[in-house]
Design a protein around this ligand. Sequence first.
Ligand code: NDP
Length: 258
Amino acid sequence: MSSQSYFKSVMYALVTGGTRGIGRAITEALLKEGYNVAVLYHGSEDKAKELREKGVLTVRCDVGDRNQVKKAKEEISNHFPRLDVLVNNAGIWYLMPFEQFDEEKYERMLRVNLNGTIYVTYEFLSLLKKSSAASIINIASNAGIGTAAEGTTFYAITKAGIIILTRRLAFELGKYGIRVNAVAPGWIETDMTLGNKSDEEKEKLREIFRNKTVLHTTGKPEDIANIVVFLASEKARYITGQVIVADGGRIDNLTHSV
Ligand code: NDP
């Protein structure tokens, strides 16, 4: 069994989908904590440029394409001697009630959200093993634990997959001192939830989702980034295999009624 020994000076983190939304907030928070950060992104060249100007190593990579992930690993290995933190955050979402099943969209979600998490974790594992106290943090969703927002069934399946993957990986990787946890956010204000909406539509959506929480509030990307920073740190050294739900206390969680 390996024993953990926490980072002293130089720390290395990789965030997938670090260009926008929750991933961007995580990237900024890790930079603030002094990490060297690498980001995998898909299409946001302008955002990647902004990050490069802040010293972030950016690699364009579709996480749902295993060959691209392998190449990204080679590229990052040229700059980072190891990885202390891996945040699997990249994800996509399509509104799709069960009766409007669209196989192509479902497979795309599965490929990016779930397979992407598997590919990135698998390919970067050798770098994580070089850390004295590595930590993997997967961004799941409250949908994956049974929250019942309309049209999220297929997306929820991909996120439930990430949750069981988190638990099983915690079991399998504990022997290397690698901790594996997940964060399950509720409704967070990002492009995913508010992109391409008018101000009026945005306010309507905020109100709908405020009304679904006991705290009567919506979430910000920083709410999730703060949890990631904690989970990555020594303060969380005794935590593995857990899912931290940050959703304002959703009242439409199906597990409440069973
Ligand atoms: P955004 O749509 O705002 O940002 C998505 C990020 O993922 C972007 O950086 C994007 O890169 C990247 N990305 C998308 N597809 C790929 C791909 N194939 N390969 C690499 N990178 C990719 O989403 P959020 O910030 O809202 O969501 C982040 C994570 O949090 C997702 O996993 C999402 O499912 C989860 N989540 C979000 C919630 C919310 O309410 N917002 C609630 C629960 C979970 P680029 O900018 O280059 O396109």
